[in-house]
Design a binder for this molecule. Structure first.
Ligand SMILES: O=C(O)C(=O)Cc1ccccc1
Length: 278
Protein backbone atom coordinates (compact mmCIF):
# COMPACT_ATOMS: atom_id res chain seq x y z
CA UNK A 1 0.00 0.00 0.00
CA UNK A 2 1.18 3.55 -0.77
CA UNK A 3 0.77 6.27 1.85
CA UNK A 4 1.27 9.98 1.13
CA UNK A 5 2.42 12.29 3.93
CA UNK A 6 3.52 15.90 4.36
CA UNK A 7 7.27 15.44 3.92
CA UNK A 8 10.15 15.36 3.54
CA UNK A 9 11.72 12.68 5.76
CA UNK A 10 11.70 13.57 9.49
CA UNK A 11 8.65 15.84 9.35
CA UNK A 12 6.29 15.43 12.29
CA UNK A 13 3.77 13.93 9.87
CA UNK A 14 6.34 11.33 8.83
CA UNK A 15 6.86 10.32 12.47
CA UNK A 16 3.09 9.88 12.78
CA UNK A 17 2.78 8.05 9.44
CA UNK A 18 5.54 5.57 10.22
CA UNK A 19 3.89 4.68 13.52
CA UNK A 20 0.49 4.17 11.88
CA UNK A 21 1.88 2.33 8.82
CA UNK A 22 5.22 0.73 9.84
CA UNK A 23 5.15 -1.73 6.91
CA UNK A 24 3.84 0.43 4.06
CA UNK A 25 5.52 2.52 1.38
CA UNK A 26 5.53 6.14 2.60
CA UNK A 27 5.55 8.76 -0.17
CA UNK A 28 6.59 12.31 0.84
CA UNK A 29 4.57 15.23 -0.59
CA UNK A 30 5.54 18.88 -0.39
CA UNK A 31 2.18 20.20 0.81
CA UNK A 32 -1.06 19.17 2.48
CA UNK A 33 -2.85 19.91 -0.81
CA UNK A 34 -0.54 17.48 -2.63
CA UNK A 35 -1.45 14.80 -0.05
CA UNK A 36 -5.17 15.25 -0.81
CA UNK A 37 -4.51 15.34 -4.57
CA UNK A 38 -2.43 12.15 -4.39
CA UNK A 39 -5.44 10.40 -2.79
CA UNK A 40 -7.94 11.88 -5.26
CA UNK A 41 -5.79 10.90 -8.28
CA UNK A 42 -5.29 7.35 -6.93
CA UNK A 43 -1.51 7.82 -6.80
CA UNK A 44 -1.69 6.55 -3.21
CA UNK A 45 -4.17 4.53 -1.15
CA UNK A 46 -4.21 6.87 1.82
CA UNK A 47 -2.56 10.03 3.18
CA UNK A 48 -1.53 11.26 6.63
CA UNK A 49 -2.02 14.97 7.34
CA UNK A 50 -2.04 17.17 10.48
CA UNK A 51 -5.52 18.32 11.57
CA UNK A 52 -5.23 20.11 14.91
CA UNK A 53 -2.65 21.34 17.40
CA UNK A 54 -3.27 21.98 21.09
CA UNK A 55 -1.51 25.38 21.02
CA UNK A 56 -2.33 26.74 17.59
CA UNK A 57 -5.67 25.06 16.86
CA UNK A 58 -6.98 23.61 13.65
CA UNK A 59 -4.82 23.36 10.56
CA UNK A 60 -7.26 25.35 8.46
CA UNK A 61 -6.01 24.01 5.11
CA UNK A 62 -6.76 20.45 6.21
CA UNK A 63 -10.23 21.48 7.36
CA UNK A 64 -10.93 23.21 4.03
CA UNK A 65 -9.79 20.18 2.03
CA UNK A 66 -11.89 17.82 4.18
CA UNK A 67 -14.83 19.99 3.13
CA UNK A 68 -13.82 20.28 -0.54
CA UNK A 69 -12.61 16.77 -1.40
CA UNK A 70 -14.56 13.50 -1.36
CA UNK A 71 -12.53 11.79 1.34
CA UNK A 72 -13.15 10.04 4.63
CA UNK A 73 -11.15 9.99 7.87
CA UNK A 74 -10.02 6.44 8.76
CA UNK A 75 -8.18 7.07 12.02
CA UNK A 76 -6.48 9.69 14.19
CA UNK A 77 -3.16 9.66 16.04
CA UNK A 78 -2.30 12.15 18.81
CA UNK A 79 1.42 12.87 19.06
CA UNK A 80 3.43 15.04 21.50
CA UNK A 81 5.32 17.81 19.73
CA UNK A 82 8.72 19.16 20.83
CA UNK A 83 10.33 21.90 18.75
CA UNK A 84 14.03 22.75 18.67
CA UNK A 85 15.90 25.63 17.08
CA UNK A 86 18.69 24.39 14.82
CA UNK A 87 21.40 25.89 12.64
CA UNK A 88 24.05 24.71 10.19
CA UNK A 89 27.01 23.39 12.28
CA UNK A 90 29.31 26.05 10.75
CA UNK A 91 26.95 28.80 11.86
CA UNK A 92 25.89 30.28 15.18
CA UNK A 93 24.37 33.62 14.15
CA UNK A 94 20.65 33.68 13.40
CA UNK A 95 19.26 36.27 11.01
CA UNK A 96 16.14 34.42 9.88
CA UNK A 97 14.02 31.63 11.37
CA UNK A 98 12.28 29.30 8.92
CA UNK A 99 9.57 26.74 9.60
CA UNK A 100 6.05 25.49 8.98
CA UNK A 101 3.51 28.18 10.01
CA UNK A 102 2.15 25.90 12.75
CA UNK A 103 5.64 25.47 14.24
CA UNK A 104 6.33 29.22 14.05
CA UNK A 105 3.02 29.90 15.82
CA UNK A 106 3.75 27.30 18.52
CA UNK A 107 7.09 29.03 19.26
CA UNK A 108 5.95 32.66 18.86
CA UNK A 109 6.74 33.86 22.40
CA UNK A 110 10.05 32.03 22.53
CA UNK A 111 11.15 33.70 19.29
CA UNK A 112 9.98 37.14 20.31
CA UNK A 113 11.72 36.96 23.69
CA UNK A 114 14.97 35.40 22.47
CA UNK A 115 15.22 36.65 18.89
CA UNK A 116 13.42 40.02 18.90
CA UNK A 117 13.24 41.60 15.47
CA UNK A 118 14.52 38.48 13.71
CA UNK A 119 12.55 37.68 10.56
CA UNK A 120 10.54 34.50 10.37
CA UNK A 121 9.62 32.77 7.14
CA UNK A 122 6.90 30.20 6.45
CA UNK A 123 7.98 27.07 4.65
CA UNK A 124 6.35 23.82 3.53
CA UNK A 125 7.17 21.81 6.66
CA UNK A 126 9.53 21.79 9.63
CA UNK A 127 11.66 19.10 7.98
CA UNK A 128 11.74 20.99 4.65
CA UNK A 129 13.06 24.00 6.61
CA UNK A 130 15.75 21.92 8.29
CA UNK A 131 16.77 20.56 4.86
CA UNK A 132 16.87 24.10 3.42
CA UNK A 133 19.12 25.31 6.26
CA UNK A 134 21.46 22.34 5.75
CA UNK A 135 21.71 23.09 2.01
CA UNK A 136 22.60 26.76 2.62
CA UNK A 137 25.63 26.83 4.94
CA UNK A 138 26.47 30.41 3.92
CA UNK A 139 23.13 31.82 5.06
CA UNK A 140 22.54 32.75 8.71
CA UNK A 141 19.33 30.78 8.89
CA UNK A 142 17.82 28.65 11.63
CA UNK A 143 14.98 26.12 11.41
CA UNK A 144 12.35 25.11 13.95
CA UNK A 145 12.02 21.34 13.63
CA UNK A 146 12.23 18.07 15.57
CA UNK A 147 15.25 16.11 16.77
CA UNK A 148 15.07 13.55 13.94
CA UNK A 149 15.30 16.37 11.40
CA UNK A 150 18.38 17.83 13.14
CA UNK A 151 20.02 14.42 13.00
CA UNK A 152 19.01 13.56 9.43
CA UNK A 153 20.02 16.93 7.95
CA UNK A 154 23.16 17.33 10.10
CA UNK A 155 22.09 20.47 11.99
CA UNK A 156 23.16 21.68 15.43
CA UNK A 157 20.43 22.28 18.02
CA UNK A 158 21.00 25.64 19.77
CA UNK A 159 17.77 25.76 21.83
CA UNK A 160 15.76 22.75 22.97
CA UNK A 161 12.03 22.50 23.68
CA UNK A 162 11.09 25.96 22.49
CA UNK A 163 7.31 25.38 22.23
CA UNK A 164 5.49 28.11 24.19
CA UNK A 165 3.51 25.63 26.29
CA UNK A 166 4.82 22.40 27.70
CA UNK A 167 1.68 20.52 26.72
CA UNK A 168 1.92 20.48 22.94
CA UNK A 169 0.11 17.79 20.95
CA UNK A 170 -0.93 17.45 17.34
CA UNK A 171 -3.69 15.25 15.91
CA UNK A 172 -2.88 13.59 12.60
CA UNK A 173 -5.58 11.96 10.50
CA UNK A 174 -5.48 9.27 7.84
CA UNK A 175 -7.64 10.15 4.86
CA UNK A 176 -8.74 7.97 1.94
CA UNK A 177 -11.60 7.46 -0.51
CA UNK A 178 -12.88 4.52 1.58
CA UNK A 179 -15.27 4.62 4.51
CA UNK A 180 -13.07 2.47 6.76
CA UNK A 181 -12.31 2.40 10.48
CA UNK A 182 -8.66 1.36 10.83
CA UNK A 183 -7.81 -1.07 13.61
CA UNK A 184 -4.23 -0.37 14.77
CA UNK A 185 -1.94 -2.09 17.24
CA UNK A 186 -1.62 1.13 19.26
CA UNK A 187 -3.14 2.49 22.46
CA UNK A 188 -6.70 3.51 21.67
CA UNK A 189 -8.06 6.49 23.58
CA UNK A 190 -11.54 7.06 22.14
CA UNK A 191 -13.94 6.71 19.22
CA UNK A 192 -15.65 9.52 17.42
CA UNK A 193 -17.71 10.51 14.43
CA UNK A 194 -16.80 13.58 12.35
CA UNK A 195 -19.39 15.46 10.33
CA UNK A 196 -19.33 18.65 8.31
CA UNK A 197 -22.64 20.47 8.45
CA UNK A 198 -23.81 23.43 6.39
CA UNK A 199 -26.98 25.19 7.52
CA UNK A 200 -29.76 25.70 4.93
CA UNK A 201 -30.28 29.46 5.22
CA UNK A 202 -29.57 32.10 7.84
CA UNK A 203 -32.39 32.15 10.39
CA UNK A 204 -32.68 32.62 14.14
CA UNK A 205 -32.05 29.38 16.00
CA UNK A 206 -30.67 27.51 12.97
CA UNK A 207 -27.56 26.28 14.73
CA UNK A 208 -29.55 25.60 17.90
CA UNK A 209 -31.86 23.28 15.92
CA UNK A 210 -28.88 21.40 14.53
CA UNK A 211 -27.27 21.03 17.95
CA UNK A 212 -30.51 19.86 19.56
CA UNK A 213 -30.50 16.85 17.19
CA UNK A 214 -27.47 15.62 19.17
CA UNK A 215 -28.53 17.00 22.57
CA UNK A 216 -31.80 15.11 23.04
CA UNK A 217 -30.14 11.87 21.87
CA UNK A 218 -27.43 12.46 24.53
CA UNK A 219 -24.75 12.41 21.82
CA UNK A 220 -21.81 14.26 23.33
CA UNK A 221 -20.10 16.79 21.05
CA UNK A 222 -16.36 17.06 21.68
CA UNK A 223 -15.66 19.70 19.04
CA UNK A 224 -17.50 22.25 16.98
CA UNK A 225 -15.64 24.64 14.75
CA UNK A 226 -16.97 27.08 12.22
CA UNK A 227 -14.95 27.81 9.12
CA UNK A 228 -15.58 30.25 6.34
CA UNK A 229 -17.28 28.84 3.20
CA UNK A 230 -15.43 31.49 1.16
CA UNK A 231 -18.72 32.55 -0.46
CA UNK A 232 -18.85 35.83 1.48
CA UNK A 233 -18.46 37.16 4.99
CA UNK A 234 -20.67 35.43 7.52
CA UNK A 235 -21.07 32.13 5.58
CA UNK A 236 -19.71 29.12 7.44
CA UNK A 237 -19.57 25.35 7.55
CA UNK A 238 -19.38 23.54 10.89
CA UNK A 239 -16.95 20.72 11.66
CA UNK A 240 -18.45 18.60 14.44
CA UNK A 241 -17.07 15.66 16.41
CA UNK A 242 -19.47 13.36 18.23
CA UNK A 243 -17.57 11.54 20.97
CA UNK A 244 -18.99 8.05 21.31
CA UNK A 245 -19.12 4.53 20.00
CA UNK A 246 -21.11 4.09 16.80
CA UNK A 247 -24.80 3.38 17.51
CA UNK A 248 -26.10 2.54 14.01
CA UNK A 249 -29.79 3.37 14.54
CA UNK A 250 -29.29 6.40 16.79
CA UNK A 251 -26.54 7.91 14.61
CA UNK A 252 -28.41 7.32 11.34
CA UNK A 253 -31.57 8.84 12.86
CA UNK A 254 -29.59 11.90 13.89
CA UNK A 255 -28.23 12.31 10.35
CA UNK A 256 -31.73 11.78 8.87
CA UNK A 257 -33.13 14.44 11.18
CA UNK A 258 -30.38 16.90 10.17
CA UNK A 259 -31.27 16.27 6.52
CA UNK A 260 -34.97 16.80 7.33
CA UNK A 261 -33.95 20.17 8.79
CA UNK A 262 -32.47 20.89 5.34
CA UNK A 263 -28.93 20.96 6.67
CA UNK A 264 -26.25 19.65 4.34
CA UNK A 265 -24.40 16.79 6.07
CA UNK A 266 -21.07 15.36 5.00
CA UNK A 267 -20.19 12.20 6.92
CA UNK A 268 -16.38 12.11 7.32
CA UNK A 269 -16.18 8.85 9.22
CA UNK A 270 -16.51 7.00 12.46
CA UNK A 271 -13.02 6.16 13.62
CA UNK A 272 -10.65 5.45 16.51
CA UNK A 273 -8.26 7.89 18.14
CA UNK A 274 -4.87 6.43 19.09
CA UNK A 275 -2.02 7.73 21.24
CA UNK A 276 1.53 7.89 19.87
CA UNK A 277 3.82 5.29 21.45
CA UNK A 278 7.10 6.99 22.50
O1 LIG B 1 5.99 20.56 9.39
C1 LIG B 1 5.88 19.40 9.80
O2 LIG B 1 6.84 18.70 10.15
C2 LIG B 1 4.54 18.81 9.89
O3 LIG B 1 4.38 17.62 9.84
C3 LIG B 1 3.40 19.76 10.19
C4 LIG B 1 3.46 20.09 11.63
C5 LIG B 1 4.07 21.25 12.04
C6 LIG B 1 4.16 21.53 13.41
C7 LIG B 1 3.64 20.65 14.33
C8 LIG B 1 3.03 19.49 13.91
C9 LIG B 1 2.92 19.20 12.55
Amino acid sequence: MKIAFLGPQASFTQLAASQIFPEEELMPQSSILDCFNAVMNNEVDKAVVPLENSIEGTVSMTLDYLYNFDVFIETELVMPIAHHLMVHPENSVVQKIISHPQALAQTYHFRHENYPGILSQDFNSTAASAKLVSENPNEKWAAVANRSAAKLYGLKIIHENIQDFEQNHTKFVVISKNKENLDLQLQKSSEKTSLIITLPEDHAGGLHQVLSVFAWRKMNLSKIESRTLKTGLGNYFFFINVASEWHPVLSQNAIDELIALKANVKFLGHYNEYIFAE
